[in-house]
Design a protein around this ligand. Structure first.
Ligand SMILES: [Zn+2]
Length: 287
């Protein structure tokens, strides 16, 4: 229902041309004030079925956004080693020595139920590693996040430092926390009572995932994730000898890459057999 036009309600439009970045809370201010009023006193509204006025109250259940916007809404920066807002400082993220990127491979097996068979697997994840006795980080309540985490670090509120004031980071930023601000949402009197405050809209994530998989299996030049550097990293972290670079420096043809006839068959199928239907899509201007 919430994705249908008749239930959508435009509340703010940010003016361009620049991305609001850390100053998003400046733009959210009018919305937050209205939400506070809708929670405490409510507004007079008309009920057509009863033909009379009533006091309408409303609550913000949660936010839905892509991953970059998650950081702008929550105040926890979603890039760098501490990008995962659930693992936070307990992250198992590591640097790929050849790809030179932060990697979250096998960081989340510990969230599986204990006894799950993938926890025993020592070949499909980090080589030689099982996750039988790995525990996920403690699940925090909203109150714990605000009082035991954010307020311990004391990142500034946008109302105190202005939209551009978040350049100055608190001690430990990027090291043991990623709080760049105390989000304006904490002003809502019920925000600490919500156990799920921010959700990810999978549309952009699925699109990026799809692009990367297609570019990799089609071996698109400069777009494929399968590079010599990634093969070297695979050799270091994974038990997949069939793709390791050999001692002459040659990378074997991987089983995930499509052969020329397979590529042609796929493209022919997309061209002739796949039917696309029209659907409303909300486009994101920047990611
Ligand atoms: Zn995580």
């Amino acid at each position: 229902m919430c994705m249908k036009t008749e239930f959508l309600f435009l509340t703010i439009l940010n003016s361009g041309p620049k991305h609001p970045r850390a100053s998003l809370d400046v733009f959210l201010r009018p919305l937050i004030e209205e939400l506070k009023e809708l929670w405490s006193t409510g507004v007079e509204a008309y009920d057509i079925s009863l033909n009379k006025n009533f006091n309408l109250k409303a609550v913000l259940l949660w936010t839905i956004s892509d991953f970059p916007a998650y950081g702008m809404l929550s105040g926890w920066t979603t890039h760098g080693r501490l990008a995962c807002p659930i693992c936070m400082e307990d992250t198992k993220a590591f640097q790929l020595p050849n790809g030179r990127k932060t990697c979250w491979f096998d960081c989340h097996r510990r969230y599986l139920p204990h006894g799950h068979q993938l926890r025993k697997n020592k070949t499909s994840f980090l080589k030689g590693k099982h996750a039988i006795r790995d525990y996920p980080p403690q699940s925090l309540t909203g109150e714990q996040v605000l009082y035991e985490r954010i307020r311990q670090v004391n990142p500034l509120k946008t109302s105190d430092c202005g939209g551009n004031g978040h350049e100055v980071k608190q001690r430990g930023y990027g090291d043991w926390h990623n709080w760049h601000k105390e989000s304006i949402f904490w002003e809502l009197p019920y925000w600490t009572d919500l156990n799920l405050r921010h959700n990810l809209d999978v549309m952009h994530i699925e699109k990026n995932f799809f692009d990367n998989i297609m570019n990799t299996i089609m071996n698109v030049k400069d777009r494929s994730k399968d590079t010599v550097k990634s093969r070297l990293d695979v050799a270091r972290f994974c038990d997949r000898k069939e793709v390791h670079v050999d001692n002459q420096g040659k990378a074997p043809f991987p089983n995930f890459r499509l052969t020329q006839p397979a590529k042609e068959a796929l493209l022919k199928c997309v061209k002739n057999d796949v039917k696309f239907t029209r659907r409303e899509i909300f486009r994101h201007e920047e990611s």
